[in-house]
Design a protein around this ligand. Structure first.
Ligand SMILES: Nc1ncnc2c1ncn2[C@@H]1O[C@H](COP(=O)(O)OP(=O)(O)OP(=O)(O)O)[C@@H](O)[C@H]1O
Ligand SMILES: [Mg+2]
Length: 729
């Protein structure tokens, strides 16, 4: 199988073994993508399995024993790493005959595997192995974002929760004692004037207070730790989903709105580990204390229960209207957030067009709207509060009065001490009941927040087939077959029955009036929009069947506006891609014509770029973007009006490099300046979503009237002041 054309020397047997195993699962591992520790060192298990993972397989480096191998008789191949630095492919095992079947990756494929027994294997193998499997599309296995999922996260914190439960039960019992002691003090100490009892009671009381303090401290700490841990998990999950949403989603929703919506996840989390947990814990207290209250005095206990029930009823009655208003509040807040986000992201435009007053009045409007609904909501929810207060106070004071009356009317009734104890405890019972009702009220808010977050996070993910799809090695031939595409929400197609075909290595120019569909062609090719009819093919493979991440990483894309991240120039060119070095960055910069200005910078490649790259000129930014795009040596490079924002000089510089960049790869260049496309192998003319013609420049000038017209238009302009530019490209 060494027939693969190796780039430099023969492929290492360990890589060969991995490639054979990959092929078993229908995956072509590319030795050029293997990132080992460099040199001619023997590939390690970790590096090999990272390589396979990078290609979209499930892979683990493990240590196995002979008896483990016996279990592999029906599963796929396992790569065994031998002590001499080579490797073998375990293709089968027979526990009956005590042998395993091992294949030498260097042997011709027709050769049968060698049968090896335990003794012979032990001579060359010390247990190192790599397990491989085709990755299942894990997106559908991932649970949707929901309350259930959140509760599941909380439930995972089993140990903390158990401690919390134990602590709370202990605390509940502790709360009974002060009441009991007060009862004793009043009944015994005061009536019998016993100093020694008072002393004892004081000591016990002090110890109780100490215990309660410590337990309370521990309880809050546990809640805190659980909260932080869950928050971290939520953050990871949320970002992971967000980043896998299709570009389409971000184009249709303002960034501020998305940010507001996903932060509401934390409202939900806070509710669960805050109010909800506290109330549930209080309910434990309730369960412990209620029987005790009834034991003290049943009549008074019933009064407490009835009052609490009344409070709950009042709160529940307001539930529906509050829910309605809360919906309005949410909408208003989202709009407000969207306005803020838009202003910040578009601040350059706002400032340069002096749009501050307009943005400000929009903001004022949104703030006023949000304020209005918040006020309305506050007003409404003030009512249940108001209605509940007298009942709550009655539970506190009224019970004392009734109790006092009872003890006056009937000597066998409740004693003064008991009355005090009852007063102390009745609050602890009514409080959880009331907060339970409040909880239901808040539940509405949480439901709303949850809906907001789910609205973003439960959108269909883009890379649903993250691990699926073929990963062919691209040469770069592109074909469109009868492709028709309409953007969602629009009526007219952006592309109408487009058919063309270009061989690998073509430099293709795309021209046409604004809105004719040029960018759309490049978007379909990158798999950004996938709901087209017809076929888009790369090297004859249907685009839909190609693994999306693989597809995108085979592309280099430079747009008119490119986002540079905060960091050094070097970081921006490398963009955190693994396995790339400074030399790669320099090579890419040279290819993009960026080397010249980078070296003139004070700190060279370490020059720091701020957000929005204010310290770079447009031309410099563009050349950096080109360097960033070509560093991976992509088979297909897309330049969508990459040079249209540049001054003639920078454009000439970039264009001069284009021919060099184009060598050995397919290029799609969208440009409004036809003069920069003259050198293209083919130029495609689009008009109103249709393909008018595709041919070299000279041919188009002869036979395509639209192209001739565009050319004439531009050259008329260029004849006068910009002629130098036309000549230079
Ligand atoms: N994200 C989108 N959502 C809806 N419609 C879109 C979207 N992008 C483009 N369109 C529409 O599709 C049509 C083709 O747009 P496209 O961006 O491909 O044109 P273009 O040839 O690149 O134009 P330009 O030269 O101005 O960049 C246009 O009518 C445009 O309004
Ligand atoms: Mg465009």
């Amino acid at each position: 199988m060494g027939a693969e054309t190796p780039r430099s020397g023969p492929i290492h047997p360990r890589l060969l073994a991995m490639m054979m195993a990959g092929r078993y699962y229908g995956l072509e591992l590319d030795p050029a993508e293997y990132r080992g520790e460099g040199g001619d060192r023997v590939p390690t298990a970790a590096a090999l399995s990272t390589w396979a993972q990078g290609a979209g397989m499930w892979s683990r480096a493990v240590r196995l024993r002979w008896r483990h191998l016996m279990g592999f008789h029906e599963t796929g191949p396992v790569v065994l790493l031998f002590t001499d630095g080579t490797a073998g492919l375990l293709t089968g095992a027979s526990a009956e005959h005590k042998i395993v079947m091992v294949r030498d990756p260097r042997a011709p494929e027709a050769d049968p595997p060698v049968q090896v027994d335990e003794m012979r294997l032990a001579e060359v193998w010390n247990g190192e192995a790599i397990l491989l499997r085709a990755q299942r599309g894990h997106a559908d296995a991932e649970p949707p974002f929901s309350l259930r999922w959140l509760f599941g996260l909380v439930a995972l914190e089993g140990k903390g929760l158990r401690d919390l439960f134990i602590g709370s039960v202990a605390l509940s019992f502790l709360t009974i004692f002060p009441a009991l002691i007060v009862m004793t003090v009043i009944d015994k100490v005061l009536t019998h004037h016993s100093y020694s009892t008072l002393m004892l009671v004081s000591i016990i009381l002090a110890i109780m207070i100490l215990y309660e303090t410590l337990l309370g401290h521990a309880r809050r700490l546990i809640i805190l730790v659980i909260g932080v841990r869950i928050d971290a998990k939520i953050n990871l999950h949320v970002f992971n989903r967000l980043i896998r949403l299709p570009l389409d989603y971000f184009e249709r929703h303002p960034a501020g709105e998305t940010m507001y919506k996903i932060t509401s996840v934390h409202t939900v989390r806070q509710f669960i580990t805050g109010k909800l947990m506290a109330t549930l814990l209080d309910l434990i207290t309730l369960a412990v204390l209620a029987p005790f209250l009834f034991w003290l005095n049943a009549t008074l206990a019933w009064i407490v229960v009835v009052c609490a029930a009344l409070i709950m009823l009042i709160i529940l009655a307001y539930l529906r209207p509050i829910r309605v208003i809360y919906g309005r509040v949410l909408v208003a807040e989202t709009n407000k957030s969207a306005a803020l986000g838009e202003t910040i992201f578009g601040i350059k435009t706002v400032k340069s067009l002096a749009l501050e007053p307009q943005r400000k009045s929009l903001w004022d409007e949104r703030v006023a709207e949000a304020g209005k609904w918040r006020l309305a909501m506050g007003r409404l929810s003030n009512w249940p509060q108001t209605l509940v207060t007298p009942i709550e106070r009655f539970m506190w004071v009224g019970i004392v009065m009734i109790g006092a009356y009872m003890s006056l009317a009937d000597e066998t009734g409740i004693a003064v001490g008991g009355l005090f104890a009852f007063m102390m405890l009745s609050q602890r019972v009514s409080a959880p009941l009331v907060s339970l009702a409040r909880l239901i009220e808040e539940w509405e808010e949480v439901g709303g927040a949850m809906g907001q977050a789910a609205d973003v996070l439960n959108q269909p993910l883009e890379i649903d087939n993250a691990g699926t799809g073929v990963r062919p090695k691209f040469a770069g031939a592109v074909a469109f077959e009868d492709v028709t595409f309409t953007y969602p929400g629009t009526k007219l197609p952006a592309l109408n029955k487009i058919t063309f075909e270009i061989p690998a290595g073509t430099m293709l120019g795309l021209v046409g009036r604004s809105g004719s569909g040029k960018s759309t062609v490049t978007r379909l090719l990158q798999g950004i929009n996938r709901e087209y009819s017809g076929f888009v093919k790369i090297d004859g493979a249907d685009l839909r069947a190609i693994n999306l991440r693989h597809l995108r990483s085979s592309f280099g894309v430079v747009l008119q506006e490119n986002f540079l991240f905060r960091g050094s120039i070097r970081d921006n060119i490398l963009a955190g891609r693994p396995g790339l070095t400074m030399e790669d960055a320099i090579r890419a910069a040279r290819l993009a014509g960026a080397e010249e200005f980078i070296e003139r910078m004070p700190a060279g490649y370490e020059t720091y770029i701020e957000e929005g790259s204010p310290n770079l000129s447009g031309g410099q930014r563009q050349r950096l973007a080109i360097a960033r795009a070509v560093i991976t040596d992509p088979r297909i490079l897309i330049l969508d009006e990459a040079t249209s924002a540049l001054d003639p000089e920078s454009e000439a510089l970039v264009n001069a490099n284009l021919l060099r960049i184009a060598r050995g790869r397919t290029m799609l260049i969208v440009s409004h300046r036809l003069s920069s496309l003259v050198d293209c192998d083919l130029i495609m003319v689009l008009d109103k979503a249709q393909l008018l013609d595709i041919a070299p420049h000279d041919v188009l000038l002869e036979r395509c009237s639209v192209y001739r017209q565009l050319w004439a238009q531009q050259n008329r302009h260029l004849d006068k002041p910009g002629a130098r530019n036309a000549a230079s490209s």
